[in-house]
Design a protein around this ligand. Structure first.
Ligand code: FHN
Length: 441
């Protein structure tokens, strides 16, 4: 179907002129990466998985640091890791049922334990544990079968490696020798990244974390980024360094905050020109924590997803699987519910971009083609006043039921009257779809 360039073209032109050369140069020079970024922006929803040796202690992934566990005892703990119930098919099926389009899993977290087969160290799940399997390989194969992309979280910070020296802000109490070879550590990381980018088929990309531990160090970033992009030109680099984007990066990610917000206390308020992402815990923990019952409700999770989409960002929603390899039931229930919601409302989320109205107290807008989706998240009334839109509204209805929505458009804006009664008023998100008159250039 050919359509006249409509609202999206206008928004695109506006965004292209706003976008600086750094982001664009990469897109146009490497078509695979441009396409990958586009795919990423369309995908909107991913599953974050924090899973490792720390899951055994059920106090989150920082337990080694927080409980001052030395390398020796932690190595023993690692030698007992045996997640016999791990089932890649079930994990990927759950992500799919939730409406997620990709998975980002911890290949190596700050504890330095590699959750994949690596020749760079024996401190890995295949060589060090009775499990002996490579869960990342099983996940990669299963993602391929079920049509999801797989990203690898990779910690640059390491509380175990002897060459992580000089130490940074953390990992001071793990009993390592006072000395090490920084460039050898960087080589070690590059060799592991090479494995992750060659042994698992095409992956979504690498999600870096931990550089904030030593902000002043020379991380040899450009060399590592070039290596990644050479091995997989479509692989995206997602750095969680809490700064504005640096050259070579593909996504700007915000931790526990929507883009631009900084309630977590470590995010930058500078929003760059790259695709955006918000990573979020489902309770208050990333790694498995048995006593953390502060799970977000399903409506809260839906609101995060919609609020992110209204800011052009993806939501990367975390689960912390248990040490036996199963995902906690509280998470499973919530993911299935969000998936049910997306089965109805996905058309107002996937493949959209932020809409013409910036986020408001009542909610956000998303847009695709000549359609604007008005997400009414927090507004008790039927009457809703919108600011002026860039084109004439030629149709308005409730997204889920098709019920007519009354519209009055003037120079001052657009007044909507939502239908009376109906279950929709109780929905976490009342979605109105406005059809704008297509503009022909
Ligand atoms: O320290 C990590 C933390 O354990 C977790 O992995 C999160 C995920 O965004 N990032 C780090 C903190 O910035």
């Amino acid at each position: 179907m050919t359509r006249a360039p409509g609202l999206m073209s206008l928004l695109l032109v506006a965004s292209l002129t706003q976008r600086g050369l750094a982001g664009q140069a990469v897109d146009s020079a490497v078509p695979e990466r441009g396409a990958a970024r586009q795919w990423y922006r369309d995908a909107k929803f991913g599953m974050f998985i924090h899973w490792g040796v720390y899951s055994l202690l059920s106090q989150g992934e920082w337990v080694m640091q927080n409980r001052e566990i030395a390398v020796g005892p932690y190595e023993w703990l690692a030698s007992t890791f045996d997640p016999v119930k791990f089932d890649a098919r079930a994990w990927v099926a759950l992500a799919k049922a939730a409406g997620m389009r990709y998975i980002t899993i911890t290949a190596r977290h700050h504890d330095g334990f590699s959750m994949f087969a690596t020749k760079a160290t024996t401190y890995n799940i295949v060589d060090w544990t009775p499990f002996k399997r490579d869960p990342l390989k099983e996940l990669a194969d299963e993602c391929g079968r079920q049509g999801l992309k797989l990203f690898f979280y990779y910690s640059q910070l390491d509380w175990h490696h002897p060459d992580y020296w000089p130490r940074g802000r953390t990992g001071q109490k793990t009993g390592r020798l006072e000395g090490g070879d920084w460039s050898r550590y960087l080589d070690f990381m590059d060799s592991q990244l090479t494995e992750l980018l060659t042994n698992y088929g095409p992956i979504g990309g690498i999600w870096f974390d931990g550089m904030w531990d030593k902000p002043a160090a020379d991380w040899r970033l450009q060399r590592t980024y070039a290596l990644i992009h050479r091995l997989q030109p479509a692989g995206l680099i997602v750095p969680n360094h809490h700064q504005a984007p640096l050259p070579g990066e593909d996504v700007q990610t915000f931790e526990q905050d929507l883009p631009g917000a900084n309630t977590a206390g470590f995010n930058t308020d500078q929003i760059g020109r790259l695709p955006l992402e918000t990573s979020l815990t489902m309770n208050d923990s990333w790694g498995f924590n048995l006593t953390d019952r502060r799970y977000k409700s399903v409506p809260e999770l839906i609101h995060y997803l919609v609020q992110a989409a209204g800011r052009d960002a993806n939501l990367l929603l975390n689960v912390g699987p248990r040490p036996d390899g199963t995902i906690p039931p509280e998470a499973v229930e919530r993911l299935r519910e969000v998936g049910r919601w997306l089965a109805t409302y996905g058309g107002s989320i996937y493949g959209t971009r932020r809409g013409p109205i910036p986020p408001r107290a009542w909610g956000v807008t998303t847009a695709r083609g000549d359609s604007v989706f008005v997400h009414v998240l927090d507004w008790p009334d039927r009457a809703l006043a919108l600011p002026p839109l860039p084109a004439r509204v030629v149709g308005a209805s409730m997204f889920a039921t098709g019920e007519r929505v009354e519209v009055r458009q003037s120079e001052a804006g657009v007044a909507l009257t939502l239908p009376a009664g109906g279950g929709e008023a109780h929905d976490p998100d009342r979605v109105v779809v406005l059809r704008l008159k297509a503009r022909r250039n």
